[in-house]
Design a protein around this ligand. Structure first.
Ligand SMILES: Nc1nc2c(ncn2[C@@H]2O[C@H](COP(=O)(O)OP(=O)(O)O)[C@@H](O)[C@H]2O)c(=O)[nH]1
Ligand SMILES: [Mg+2]
Length: 448
């Protein structure tokens, strides 16, 4: 007996330790993205890369008819009476059930602050007033890694919801990692509204959806249960949007509610397994995305530096070209003016340049200055103006071709390289450690 107890305790200890490893992995990954100084999101922004921050928990959306046992399931999972059960349809809204440091209830506004991803829900009129968050301190099962979203019970008929339920659920479905559909044998198991929503959701998220026959203990004898299942599956198969080859539908019930002592098989553990599977999948995806994002950042840094190098060399070419045109633009009027002055034997020239220089220039520029004499006197002004115009034009070209593009400062380049170094060494090493922690733990789990 004592052996059994010890075995159980050690299993529990292993469970809580693995839970904390997974929790830690997701938290640390989240931290690597959101750190205000060196977070990957911030680094990404500076490189024009938009990176998605991984979530710390998975989101499980529960949908089903009114009274299908959704809230009771959450209470069973969390092992705390958080959600009121058997509630009237009119008062039902959406409840986020999550773990935290203290028991607390949040209003719609606070909920949207806590879950910024869900902020667009505000656009659906009236929803905010029907949103709440229940924070529980429970650490049961994998609750510390799960956020349940309990939805209003669905019914057919004239029931008026104070907001657009269908739209809200479809919208929540986009953000959920898992969508559990509860069909119960007694209630309106085949409520049209539920089937419509299920069909619409499965068009986009078929692989995330899992169906369960809830409150299976109330289904009566095995034959009755089979009939109910058949009916549900038949209804589902009628829906073209739900083109699945088969419907796996474990039968579940909250053990403590089995008042009639039904001997029906309870596959409620399947639900827990689905949750665990999704958590493990999320951890792997998160770590893989972390690696990919690091590679993308490093690549982008290299690309940016290469682009900058190309720009720098283009800038250098532009400068050389600009200087050449500029030099020509300056030289042309100087040469021509000098030749002109030489040709006119201007005195000022001698005073400015001195006799020797004028003599040298006369030797070199003599032939050109002779050209001036062939121009009729009346036209010299025009020719001069044209030459000056040409020179001005050259200077304009010089200005135009010497335009440069901005390049990085040395400091900027250094900080880029630091980023690359950071993601390639620090973050990747961290990722490696987290991955091996995860694998060690999951292999150990299988050994148990
Ligand atoms: N026998 C039995 N009753 C259940 C089970 N789950 C819930 N109920 C009862 O069914 C009623 C509706 O449950 P609730 O969780 O509020 O359903 P919801 O509307 O889907 O949230 C409540 O009176 C529960 O006590 C179950 O597994 N077995
Ligand atoms: Mg409920």
């Amino acid at each position: 007996m004592s052996g059994k107890v010890r075995q159980k305790t050690s299993a529990n200890a292993a469970d809580s330790s693995t839970q904390s490893i997974n929790e830690r992995i997701l938290k640390e990954c989240h931290g690597l993205y959101t750190d205000p100084d060196s977070g990957l999101v911030k680094i990404g922004e500076s490189l024009n890369l938009s990176l998605l921050t991984p979530r710390k928990k998975i989101t499980v959306l529960l949908i089903g008819n009114h009274s299908a046992g959704k809230s009771s399931f959450i209470n069973w999972y969390v092992e705390e009476h958080i959600q009121r059960t058997g509630v009237a349809i009119e008062t039902q809204g959406f409840t986020f059930v999550t773990s935290g440091r203290k028991r607390e209830s949040l209003t719609g506004n606070a909920t949207l602050h806590l879950y910024p991803d869900f902020e667009p829900l505000r656009q659906i009129e009236g929803v905010t007033d029907y949103l709440t968050t229940e924070i529980s301190t429970s650490k049961q099962k994998k609750f510390s890694l799960v956020t349940f979203v309990d939805t209003p019970g669905l019914v057919d008929g004239d029931m008026k919801y104070p907001f657009d339920v269908n739209k809200s659920i479809l919208w929540l479905g986009d953000l959920a990692d898992l969508i559990f559909v509860f069909f119960d044998p007694i209630g309106q198991a085949l409520c049209k509204r539920t089937l419509n929503i299920v069909e619409a959701l499965s068009e986009k998220h078929a692989e995330r959806m899992k169906f369960f026959l809830s409150k299976a203990d109330e289904a009566g004898m095995e034959s009755d249960r089979q009939r109910v299942m058949m009916q549900i599956v038949q209804e589902l198969c009628k829906r073209p949007g739900l083109n699945r080859t088969g419907f796996d539908m474990p039968t579940i019930y909250v053990p403590s509610m089995n008042q009639k002592q039904s001997r029906c098989v309870n596959q409620i553990d399947e639900v827990c397994k689905e949750i665990e599977k999704t958590i493990n999948g999320t951890i792997q995806t998160t770590l893989n995305s972390l690696e990919r994002d690091c590679d993308n950042i490093a690549q982008k840094v290299e690309q940016t530096i290469e682009d900058d190098r190309v720009t720098s060399s283009q800038n250098l070419k532009s400068r050389v070209r600009g200087a050449t045109y500029g030099f020509l633009g300056m030289l042309l009027p100087f040469v021509l003016l000098t030749t002109f002055l030489i040709s006119t034997q201007h005195k000022a020239l001698k005073t400015i340049l001195g006799q020797d220089l004028v003599d040298t220039l006369t030797i070199y520029l003599g032939p050109l200055s002779k050209a001036w004499n062939s121009i009729p006197k009346d036209y010299t002004m025009y020719v001069l103006a044209a030459i000056l115009g040409l020179a001005l034009f050259m200077l304009l070209i010089a200005k135009f071709v010497s335009r440069t593009k901005p390049t990085m400062s040395r400091k900027q380049r250094r900080s880029l390289l630091e980023m690359k170094d950071y993601v390639q060494s620090v973050v990747k090493t961290k990722k490696q450690t987290l991955y091996s922690d995860y694998l060690k733990q999951s292999v150990a789990e299988q050994d148990l």
